[in-house]
Design a protein around this ligand. Structure first.
Ligand code: MCF
Ligand code: FE
Length: 403
């Protein structure tokens, strides 16, 4: 049993309780949280201006692309996509053990205890077997060519089965349907059926760019040229609203949604899905900024994530939420900061079905601590100060073990 004492404890519980001079006792799970608790054999005071809060969850990344630094083209979504297709193999080959390790290490330093990995090859599985962080491993299905459907499905099935062998309390399996423009409806149907029978969470990129909107609505624009160049297949295969409907009765997160319209947001709400917002990725691919106010008006939960190093310069989740704080200039920083902390803790835990994200009795002891550079007199501003001043954490506990 360990007891941590900190100047500020941000519980992220339903009442959003902040404890000044608080204490938390835990083993693998959180046992008690409050003030002046019973004595423990191991007690640590974390020092002046110390903060304890739930460890963070990065709900959407692509580790396979972690060797990218300067290869991919930023500034235009379609050009980026062309550059992904051109560089994909080379980037995959150059990301082996050390590369995965570095990527995970960066997340870990920023206080991440769990991440949602989108894997299109299964290359990362061998390494993730020994990941120090919790993993939700989304096997990606992608491909529109009818003649390749069987082959793609067999490859996908084999990856799903390999990953299922690793399932344990730190490794969960999920399925990713890449997007409505890139997956053949037959493949989509089959993959979603597997998710339903095995009760696996789903994730899908959705309405990321204006080009995607135009292609799926009208079969026109830059995507038409893209498909003609790469696949000789120039018809959109599904209406966006039907795409969302296919995820009914599943646990799904839709990534990006920058160009989702009112009907689609309504549908996302109806099927109880959440949205993953990747502001830096959206900025670098120059697709625009998700309207968070609108998402909130539909009472849809949103999660913030980094996306992969394929469309970001860093996997540091504190940097990502700071970017979000600075980008959403129409929202009040004090209230946005609270929502952003929720987006990487409670909302993410709920969407990925993890037993963490808040400091409450019975939750997994996934906890971080760090120090602020000074006192915070007005506790309403604590979330904002945390986001402004934190890059790396001092301690990270996963299931109660310091990692
Ligand atoms: O989220 C970003 C941008 N949108 C779509 N896909 C990806 C992102 N980062 C990596 N990807 C992957 C995706 O999973 O790139 C490939 C897929 O395997 C692109 S599709 C030709
Ligand atoms: Fe992505």
């Amino acid at each position: 049993m360990t007891k941590l004492k900190a100047d500020y404890i941000l519980t992220m519980d339903k009442n959003y309780t902040i404890l000044k001079n608080g204490e938390i006792i835990f083993d693998e799970k959180i046992v008690e949280i409050g003030k002046n608790l019973k004595e423990c054999e191991r007690e640590i005071y974390l020092g002046e201006n110390s903060v304890v809060m739930p460890a963070l969850i990065n709900s959407h990344i692509h580790l396979e692309f972690s060797s990218n630094k300067t290869h991919l083209e930023y500034g235009d979504f379609i050009n980026w996509l062309h550059s992904v297709i051109e560089n994909r193999e080379e980037l995959f080959i150059s990301c082996k053990g050390e590369c995965f390790k570095k990527a995970i290490e960066e997340m870990k330093k920023s206080g991440v205890c769990a991440f949602g990995e989108i894997s299109s090859t299964g290359n990362d599985l061998r390494y993730l077997k020994h990941s120090p962080l919790k993993v939700v491993y989304f096997n990606e299905i992608i491909g529109t060519t009818p003649a390749a459907v069987d082959m793609l499905y067999q490859d996908f099935l084999a990856r799903v089965e390999e990953s299922l062998k690793l399932q344990n309390d730190k490794f969960k399996v999920g399925i990713s349907i890449h997007s409505p423009y890139s997956v053949h409806p037959i493949l989509m149907e089959k993959a979603i059926n597997i998710a339903k029978t095995k009760n696996l969470p789903l994730q899908a990129h959705f309405m990321e760019s204006k080009a995607e909107r135009r292609w799926l609505d009208k079969g026109e624009g830059e995507f038409k040229l893209f498909f003609e160049k790469h696949f000789k297949n120039a018809k959109p295969l599904i209406k966006p609203i039907e795409f969302i409907e296919k995820f009914k009765d599943t646990k799904t997160t839709f990534v990006h949604c920058v160009y989702a319209n009112d009907k689609e947001l309504q549908k996302i709400k109806e099927i109880n899905a959440s949205i993953i917002h990747c502001p830096v990725s959206n900025r670098l691919l120059n697709v625009g900024l998700l309207d968070l106010e609108r998402v909130k008006n539909y009472t849809i939960d949103y999660l913030v994530a980094t996306d992969g190093l394929s469309s970001n310069y860093s996997l540091n989740l504190f940097k990502e939420i700071r970017a979000a704080l600075l980008m959403h200039v129409n929202l009040h920083p004090k209230y946005l900061a609270i929502d952003l902390l929720k987006s990487v803790t409670t909302n993410a835990a709920k969407a990925l079905d993890l037993n963490n994200g808040s400091l409450e009795e019975g939750k997994d002891a996934d906890i971080i601590s760090f120090k602020l550079p000074g006192k915070v007199k007005n506790l309403d501003l604590l979330p904002l100060q945390i986001i402004l001043h934190t890059n790396e954490v001092q301690k990270l506990f996963i299931n109660g073990k310091e990692t």
